[in-house]
Design a protein around this ligand. Structure first.
Ligand SMILES: CC(C)(COP(=O)(O)OP(=O)(O)OC[C@H]1O[C@@H](n2cnc3c(N)ncnc32)[C@H](O)[C@@H]1OP(=O)(O)O)[C@@H](O)C(=O)NCCC(=O)NCCS
Length: 148
């Protein structure tokens, strides 16, 4: 059975492992604890048979705005609706937190993630040239949860 829940401190090691396997950026492991401490409602994990198989990190950037910083599902669990379950729960939680707008950046060549985010109601707002450390461009994407 799939469970989506807020991260707990003891989950952070598994999250770091998935992040290293799936995401090109290299993060200081301490940053995951700071995400948890600053906005635990935005840090969700997907768990199946007591194993963590995906996670989403979102932060609050303003009273009524949030940003998704990371989303990843274990390679051998993709295309099974787990990413969708994570983002759906995240967006529901953001409505409860009175968030009106959720932003994110995604590599312009990450077609799978762009398709995924569009399916979940995000629109491309602009292209940010050389956004990533290796010089790749990003799309800024946004979903409005509640108009002003
Ligand atoms: C993006 C990601 C999180 C999607 O997770 P997932 O659990 O595989 O996604 P879902 O099964 O919920 O898919 C939902 C929709 O996304 C799109 N999608 C997902 N994988 C896709 C693929 N391989 N090819 C095309 N579309 C895809 C489809 O529209 C899909 O809907 P469908 O199943 O009705 O066709 C996952 O591919 C991943 O971890 N990628 C590596 C990390 C990454 O790029 N993160 C995002 C940038 S930070």
């Amino acid at each position: 059975m799939l469970t989506i829940r807020c991260v707990q401190p003891q989950d952070v090691f598994s999250v770091i492992k998935i992040a290293y396997e799936a995401l090109p950026e290299r993060y200081d492991p301490r940053i995951f604890n700071s995400f948890y401490e600053s906005f635990p409602q935005g840090f969700l994990i997907a768990e199946k048979h007591h194993k963590i198989i995906g996670f989403l990190v979102g932060i609050k950037t303003h009273d009524t705005r949030a940003k998704i910083l990371m989303l990843s599902v274990n390679n051998n669990h993709r295309k099974q609706g787990i990413g969708s379950a994570l983002i759906t729960k995240f967006l529901q939680e953001m409505v409860l937190q009175n968030i009106k707008q959720v932003d994110l950046e995604v590599r312009t060549n990450n077609k799978i993630a762009i398709t995924f985010y569009k399916k979940h109601g995000f629109d491309i707002i602009e292209t940010i040239a050389r956004f990533y450390q290796n010089g790749e461009d990003a799309y800024s994407m946004r979903r409005i949860l509640r108009p002003n």
